[in-house]
Write a protein that binds this ligand. Sequence first.
Ligand SMILES: Cc1cc2nc3c(=O)[nH]c(=O)nc-3n(C[C@H](O)[C@H](O)[C@H](O)COP(=O)(O)OP(=O)(O)OC[C@H]3O[C@@H](n4cnc5c(N)ncnc54)[C@H](O)[C@@H]3O)c2cc1C
Length: 378
Amino acid sequence: MRTSEVAAGGAPAPTPEDPTRVAVVVVGAGQAGLSAAYHLVRQGLRPWEDFVVLDANTGPGGAWRHRWDSLTFGAAHALHDLPGLPLGVPDPQEPSSAVVARYYGTYEARFGLPVERPVRVASVSRPPEHDGGALLVRAVDGRAWSADAVVNATGTWDRPYWPHYPGRGTFTGRQLHTHDFRSAAEFRGQRVLVVGAGTSAVQFLLQLDASGARTLWSTRRAPEWTDRPFDPAWGAAVERRVNGRTRAGLPPLSVAAVTGLPLLPEYRAGIASGVLASRGPLRKLTATGAVFADGSSGELDAVLWATGFRAALDHLAPLRLREPGGGIRMGPDGVSVPREPTLFLVGYGASASTLGATRAGRAAARAALRRVPSRIAG
Ligand SMILES: Cc1cc2nc3c(=O)[nH]c(=O)nc-3n(C[C@H](O)[C@H](O)[C@H](O)COP(=O)(O)OP(=O)(O)OC[C@H]3O[C@@H](n4cnc5c(N)ncnc54)[C@H](O)[C@@H]3O)c2cc1C
């Protein structure tokens, strides 16, 4: 195997003409990528020599690194342990961003995981006649890696979804997405429309109200409240539903569309007080406010689009994975992609949670190793 003689020691950086050769490249160091990396080590791959993890962030934590401070550890849903090192019992008042960044950082160090950052992957392709059919991974900064298999674990955070509504460009107030939310206190005294039917929208509405903002809520359909306990049977039912779509090549559903909104005591209180009462679908924005489908309207200072995220997969475009249905057809193991047998997707579809990502990382590491010539592994 040709291994990297670069990076350390000031040697020239690998270029697309002379990429660093590894067995496996993992793209993304969130829950999914770290789980895959752990299992690659367990299966005998040597960090740095046989595989690398390329991560666009400047430090550990994946998407969690960027979440707003009021999303404390106690306010997040359950966070699943990474394999081999329990998270422990963090302070529920501490921001999740700090808890998870610290946990992932410790994890990377403990297992000597070869995370190279910041490296944003611009493309994964299979150029004709390149390195015996290997995948070529190119970074935005010009560096490149050649690999027998690629495990893609790039999550959704980098691809906020902004829906199209008439008038969105003419509204003169502030517009922001969940991706850019920092603190409800910024909106004190303002009239704020929150758009979206997920947990983030619900939590924003309650925080904005508590911070002295006047809120309106718009959802396309009535919010799906549920008092079904979030137990393993429920988890399995959610997975089956999402897997059914991704195996058919359809885009995954949003989390709220699959899970519904848990009727926590604070949400019940918000429903009772009227803060969590949806005005229904939005028809359009005007220069100064919103008009709803029922003909009612409201003047606004800001619109907060809590409209979710899409899988951040633009860099995989050269592999032409999209099906006519708009999604990527996944194999029965939930990580393989029949159109590209040396690429594995983790954190996509049913594995887009810390629990699913952890399990998918293991499956992807095993499947990727089956694509690595035996002379390399071991
Ligand atoms: C607001 C919000 C709250 C959530 N709360 C929970 C919760 O409480 N519990 C739960 O289980 N799940 C939750 N989720 C789901 C969440 O997606 C998963 O928990 C999990 O963190 C996803 O892990 P991941 O590894 O797939 O992705 P991420 O954590 O997003 O990691 C992806 C990594 O890939 C990097 N990357 C992206 N593109 C590139 C590129 N082109 N090149 C190189 N690197 C790249 C990113 O920088 C990032 O470090 C939440 C999601 C959101 C949006």
